[in-house]
Design a protein around this ligand. Structure first.
Ligand SMILES: [Zn+2]
Ligand SMILES: [Zn+2]
Length: 365
């Protein structure tokens, strides 16, 4: 039978009417026996968890009453935080140096938090990087400067002046809330039990009492660490693509791997070109006569000036395509196009001579 299915009194080896001291002594003795730091057996951690859970329930008079009345069902809705929040499991080991695991983890964090939470690998960090079109065209390296929040080394991330965890709230046993139960009489003689969660007024729902804040991080537990990193920019990288830099994200807890850095790439706003995928667009102004008669214009592309032939009879908003003069395609052969959207400039003022010529054109219609 699994420990998780065994009766809590049986697990601790105490009678059902055992007093608080008997329960604590039994827990102490068994925990010392099964603590995975002391006991190399493969199932030591499982045993230890079962014992700690039994102790968490039986050492709290309210939880014990619920368990006595309804068995596992009576305590099934408690989260690990609810069960262990008010309990200093580590104090039993404090004298022997078992109170904290590597990196200052409490016993609770070490053995129970991962029952619900994902592993303690650091979170990924996301930063944005804007690149000039020229660099996107050629590819290369870019220096990225960013701030990364890391655990404050002065207070070990607790944000307290003492550098230890803030004291657990004695009022709510660290849960931050209490459950208020009320019986409500119904019309037909039955009653419903209404349970209501109320934020703890002593700790204002935080579950811990406030401590003096750490002066280095002002109590946030984190400080920004500036990092400079060279990132390789692949040719033609597209808008919104993410470059992943392994292990440069947020630090992991207790020696676990850090998360990754995700660099979200976009192109810098450019007065000359608009980017659409690998294609570039720009406006090209033409005089009326050039649009009518056709002409040659010098167009600046990303790397050089190119002469472009504008055919006679070019219309406003017509697009003249310069094939292959856009950006290189990402992971595909060839380049996009540079598209010129034609704007025809109508003269606002005319000289006497120009007016005569336009009148002549109109007359000849
Ligand atoms: Zn409280
Ligand atoms: Zn600090």
């Amino acid at each position: 039978m699994l420990d998780s299915e065994r009766d809590y009194y049986e697990l601790l080896g105490v009678p059902r009417d055992a007093d608080a001291k008997t329960i604590k002594d039994a827990y102490h003795r068994l925990a010392m026996k099964w603590h995975p730091d002391r006991n190399p057996a493969a199932d030591a951690e499982q045993h230890f968890k079962g014992i700690a859970t039994a102790y968490a329930v039986l050492s709290d008079p309210k939880k014990r009453a619920r368990y006595d009345a309804r068995g596992f069902e009576g305590v099934a809705h408690f989260s690990p935080e609810d069960l262990f929040g008010g309990l200093d499991l580590g104090s039993v080991f404090g004298d022997l140096g078992f109170g904290f695991g590597p990196g200052g983890q409490s016993i609770f964090e070490r053995f129970f938090s991962h029952d619900r939470a994902p592993p303690v690998r650091g979170r990924n960090l996301r930063v944005h990087l804007q690149l000039p079109l020229e660099l996107i065209a050629t590819g290369g390296t870019e220096t990225l400067r960013f701030a990364r929040p890391v655990e404050c080394s002065k207070c070990h991330g607790y944000g307290t002046k003492s550098g230890s965890p803030p004291p657990s709230c004695p009022e709510c046993h660290g849960a931050g809330h209490r459950v208020v139960t009320a019986d409500t009489k119904q019309n037909k003689g039955g009653s419903v039990v209404i349970q209501r969660m109320e934020a703890c007024t002593k700790c204002l729902g935080k579950g811990v009492l406030s401590d003096k804040p750490c002066r280095r991080c002002s109590g946030s537990g984190q400080i920004d660490e500036q990092e400079t990193l060279k990132v390789t920019i692949p040719q033609g990288i597209e808008e919104g693509m993410v470059l992943r830099v392994p292990q440069h994200g947020l630090p992991g807890a207790a020696g676990a791997a850090p998360g990754d850095l995700h660099v979200v790439v976009s192109s810098l706003p450019d007065a000359r070109f608009q980017r659409r995928g690998a294609d570039l667009w720009r406006a090209q102004q033409l005089d009326v006569a050039d649009a009518v008669l056709g002409t040659k214009v010098q167009v600046a592309t990303l790397d050089s000036d190119v002469e472009v032939t504008i055919p006679p009879g070019t219309q406003p908003d017509e697009v003249v395509r310069m094939r292959g003069k856009g950006l290189p395609r990402f992971h595909a052969p060839g380049n996009g196009d540079l598209n010129l959207r034609i704007q025809v400039h109508i003269p606002e003022k005319l000289s006497t001579e120009q007016r005569r010529l336009y009148e002549q054109l109109r007359g000849g219609k």
